[in-house]
Ligand binder design. Structure first.
Ligand code: GAR
Length: 203
């Protein structure tokens, strides 16, 4: 069973989707811990409702980015976490953190990368006027949303869509795609070759 840790800062709908999907029979992975950096974030309630251990490590209480990431990495290592999923985690991770989990940190982003990285991916897509939006699951590297792409799902932008409406349709795809990627990684079906990702089976 692959032990998964989730890092999140906000609402946590992707956290819940991961917990529920990986809880199903036959899943080779399981969410063992949630780490949240924002006091009062809804994801903390979701974790206790789901019976998943939740740790709050408030970045404002830690003097430096390095020390913060060190605390997060240590908590994950203490729990033998093998795969780290960023799920609405609104912080850049340091190179030191990534070195602790080489090739083992993945992220979901609400846009078809490399378009619209960073904050407010859905709003950026609407403002730009694209007709196809979507989401991307990728390995995390030292840049902002620049790591090797594992999987993407496209979502049509409909006339009259605002950020909220489009984000809701993208979220549905996120909730399907992210657990599918985690299961594929746990089954050894995802290989990284340079910056290209090879999937043994379509997701
Ligand atoms: C998701 O849409 C995720 O793709 C996005 O934050 C949302 C979190 O929702 N992540 C980013 O924008 C990262 N750059 P959730 O808290 O309900 O899972």
């Amino acid at each position: 069973m692959m032990r998964v840790g989730v890092l999140a800062s906000g609402s946590g709908s992707n956290f819940t989707a991961l917990v529920q999907a990986l809880d199903r029979e036959g899943s080779p992975a399981r969410v063992e811990v949630l780490i949240c950096n924002v006091p009062g974030a809804r994801v903390l309630e979701r974790a206790s409702a789901a019976g998943v251990e939740a740790l709050l490590i408030d970045h404002k209480q830690v003097p430096s980015r390095e020390q913060f990431d060190e605390a997060v990495a240590q908590a994950l290592i203490d729990r033998d976490i093998e795969l780290v999923c960023l799920a609405g985690y609104m912080r850049l991770v340091t190179p030191t953190f990534l070195r602790r989990f080489p090739g083992k940190v993945i992220n979901i982003h609400p846009a078809l990368l490399p378009s619209f990285p960073g904050l407010h991916g859905v709003r950026q897509a609407i403002d730009f006027g694209v007709s196809i939006a979507g989401c991307t699951v990728h390995f995390v590297d030292e840049g902002t949303d620049t790591g090797p792409i594992i999987a993407q799902a496209a979502v049509q932008v409909l006339p009259g869509d605002d950020e909220l409406a489009l984000a809701a349709r993208i979220a549905r795809e996120e909730h399907r795609l992210y657990p599918a990627v985690v299961n594929a990684i746990a089954r050894g079906q995802v290989k990284l070759e340079g910056r290209k990702v090879r999937l043994q089976e379509p997701l």
